[in-house]
Design a protein around this ligand. Structure first.
Ligand code: ADP
Ligand code: MG
Ligand code: ZN
Length: 481
């Protein structure tokens, strides 16, 4: 039961809201000295503080405060001059303290915004300003592993294991205000926002922002209302773990809610779980019976009062915003506004810039990412950034062509080989025997053999029928591979 996206948005107005969790890349955890390396043996990075043992006392990680303030500044937020952590009380096996140390009514950063460029169907991309409600600091939970079932979910599992290595890793939550006026493109705008936010965080060097590893994850809120009426009830789709899924999560919710509303049913305020496999979400817990977290100020930690002079130093040292950097670089490379619009629309601008940084001429980098690679991404239903070829490898192929080792057709085959996981460009050239044969001796003897094997064709060419050379060229190409 769903109404097609465009049709739904012709009838209803969407409101979206994004909550993004980002694990900071600090060397140690939020309130203790434990290591934070990803992928370590379970439960080897724990101590009495992050295990919540009685009497253990937390100490705030100064670097995490600094990173959060830098994120807030980059998002044009106001930075609190005084704020406190709070206890969010609830029981769950992955949270050994039985409360999460978080921030509640006193977040570090408030009232910001982020401008995002949104792909346009035709013409110049549009800039949309996403209002930011708050940026606050909390700690991550541990990780449950449900064993013995078919799906890895708790339903059907025979037992569960818990890994507390992640418990206590600093986690920043960035919450937008309700975003209105997204018209016919709420899904595209949501994706563009998360993409821009990820680039901004990467530029700040505060997190490795790897959605597939969970160091960046989004909750996607969506509601629909009839024009001229108040906002509708929202649903919240949890833990959306790729850029593509951010778009799909909004899209499927718009389609689902529109059908319910049309049928005169009401939308239940609930959390939903997104399935990567189906691209749709299923109902989770109903928010109407949401628990009371009994927030209160954390008594074991002193308040945070960032010195305004320090905040000013951090502000002055912020890196260039990704949008500014992109503008400067595309102009510097002599790419036209239309080029950069096309690259924004295809989601490949940063990939082109990285390919240029790896040594390729701008025009070549642009052609690859807008052409053959965009097609490959499309065919595979993935974002260009998730293709298994790096900008450095694309630059390598470009260099091989420039050096005469490959022609255009062979270059595409090499790229296809890299995409298919056959190794680096050089490895694919060797394995598939794709190098251009430019040794004159080899070529001349192949030509001689072709002429000997097809004397008729050779006679026609001698008589001036140049079209007949096709058969000879074909024979040489077969012989030299
Ligand atoms: P919770 O923790 O209950 O999810 P938050 O305030 O942390 O609450 O986040 C709610 C998110 O939903 C915010 O991004 C907010 O802007 C957004 N939101 C609020 N109301 C609506 C609505 N009617 N439709 C869509 N999004 C909404
Ligand atoms: Mg939420
Ligand atoms: Zn610890």
């Amino acid at each position: 039961m769903s109404v097609p996206y465009a049709e739904a948005l012709a009838e209803f107005e969407p409101v979206i809201g994004l909550e993004t969790h980002v694990e900071l890349g600090t060397a140690s955890k939020m309130f203790c000295g434990c290591d934070t390396t990803f992928g370590a043996e379970p439960n080897t990075q724990t101590c009495p503080v992050c295990l919540g043992l009685p009497g253990a006392l937390p100490v705030v990680n100064a670097k995490a405060i600094e990173s959060t303030i830098r994120i807030g500044l980059a998002l044009h937020c106001e930075i609190a001059t005084w704020c406190r952590f709070a206890r969010k009380n609830y029981f769950y096996p992955d949270m050994p303290k039985n409360f999460q140390t978080s921030q509640y009514d006193e977040p570090l950063c408030t009232e910001g915004w982020l401008d995002v460029e949104v792909p346009a169907e035709d013409g110049v991309p549009q800039t949309v300003r996403i209002p930011i409600e708050r940026v606050h600091l909390e700690e991550d939970t541990g990780k449950s592993l449900h064993v013995g079932g078919a799906t890895g979910r708790i339903q059907g599992a025979s037992h569960s294991l818990v890994d507390y290595n992640r418990a206590g890793i600093p986690l920043v939550e960035i919450v937008t205000k309700p975003v209105v006026g997204t018209g016919a493109r709420p899904a595209e705008i949501a994706k563009a926002y998360v993409t821009e936010l990820r680039d901004l965080l990467r530029g700040l060097d505060v997190s490795d922002v790897r959605m597939e590893q969970g160091s960046m994850r989004c909750d996607v809120n969506v509601s629909l209302n009839l024009p001229g009426q108040g906002w509708g009830t929202r649903s919240e789709t949890k833990n959306v773990n790729s850029l593509r899924s951010v778009e799909r999560a909004v899209r499927s919710e718009v389609e689902r809610q529109a059908a319910r509303l049309r049928a005169g049913e009401r939308i239940v305020q609930e959390t939903r779980h997104f399935s990567e496999a189906s691209g749709t979400s299923s109902s989770g817990r109903s928010k109407e019976e949401a628990m009371d977290y009994r927030y209160f100020p954390e008594p074991d930690l002193v308040p945070i009062a960032p010195d305004p002079a320090w905040v000013a130093t951090l502000r002055a040292a912020l890196p260039e915003a990704p949008s500014v950097r992109r503008q400067r670089m595309t102009t510097g490379l002599g790419l036209s506004a239309a080029d950069s619009a096309a690259m924004v629309n295809a989601g490949v601008l940063d990939l082109v810039l990285a390919t240029v940084a790896a040594g390729a001429p701008a025009a070549e980098a642009r052609n690859w990412w807008l052409g053959h690679l965009a097609q490959a991404a499309n065919a595979g239903g993935v974002d260009a950034a998730d293709l298994s070829i790096t900008p450095g490898q694309v630059a390598e192929v470009v260099a091989l062509v420039a050096g005469g080792g490959l022609n255009a057709g062979l270059a595409r085959q090499v790229v296809d080989g890299v995409l298919a996981g056959e190794g680096s460009p050089a490895e694919v050239v060797t394995a598939r025997g794709l190098a251009v044969v430019s040794d004159e001796g080899t070529l001349l003897s192949a030509v001689d053999e072709a002429i000997t094997a097809a004397p008729d064709a050779a006679d026609k060419v001698r008589a001036g029928k140049l079209a007949a050379a096709g058969a000879l060229v074909g024979a040489v190409m077969r012989a030299t591979g």
